[in-house]
Design a binder for this molecule. Sequence first.
Ligand code: SAH
Length: 344
Amino acid sequence: MLKIKNFLKKNKISLSRFISLCLYQREHGVYQNKTIGKHFITAPEVSQLFGECISIFLLILQKKYKISNFCELGPGNGTLMKDMIRTLKKFIDGPFSINLYEKSEYLRKLQIKNLKKLESEKIEIIFLSKLKLKKEPYLFICNEFFDALPINQFEKKNNIWFEKKVIFHKNFKIVNDLTNKKFSDKFSNGDILEESPLTKLYMKLICKHIKKYGGGILIFDYGPFKKGHVDTLQALHNSQKCDILDYPFESDITYHVNFEEIMKISKDYKLINYGPITQRKFLFFHGINERLSKLTEKIKSSKTIHDLENQFERLTSPYGMGSLIKCLFISNYKIESRAFDFHE
Ligand code: SAH
């Protein structure tokens, strides 16, 4: 840590580099020593119902287009894939591969521990440290992956554009640095633009692959339908919101994903966008009610039934995850799911 502080006494670094250090630096990065659930809880960690509904959606495509590769980006503890494998293996006859792309070595070890045992003659599980893909179609899935990628921020002040940078002077501080980057005149003073270089990189790579070999990507992430020009960076420390500089290297850092930007990239590859729709809409259309009834039918303990109903509520609540998290599907296939038919 001293090394990082000393470096930042003499050098300003971009926000994305700072966030990357806070989250993924080998020794001190948050994702290098904490399981998902310490600072924030995600949908798969809330309930198995999430992965089961996703599997239903993907199985329709898998059957129709005979796809035998699934790939998750940023699998966290491996919980979503564990729930998905349980459902997928019941409905897929032939062999299939599960690919997990993870940056954190700590989380990859945890994923190996939780998932390796599910490997069988039928299911090949591949842990990827580089996004190297076969020349075949894949169904990609990611939950809260893009909101965990580092971003840069630019602000217009008195008609001049500045980039936010980080230095260390007694404490970590954010400073404005003049930038040569060019932006459209349509922006007003006070506007803040957020850019995620890694989102662009991954989306281009994946869209290119989908265009060439088929398949699709199903994305769940925090963000509005239309992103405003404001600061959405946020940190979570033990589930409490805080500033990213309050507990650096101890808090999770996220921001609101720009779905329009993601869709724009996919359109450059002439792919089709479905959504975004809210998480609750996706789950209702893919059988969460029916699945809950089926599960509760078999259970006698009223405590377990109560727990399941609470999980259902958390995933679908219009005041929480249910509407804050959006779902977008990108593919070159024409799909017939009514879930994506109209906007809310
Ligand atoms: N999908 C999981 C975890 C979400 S947290 C869940 O819903 O519970 C974000 C995940 O993305 C973590 O596993 C993190 O280590 C991983 N991640 C972040 N940046 C990454 C990158 N550049 N490449 C691969 N994985 C990354």
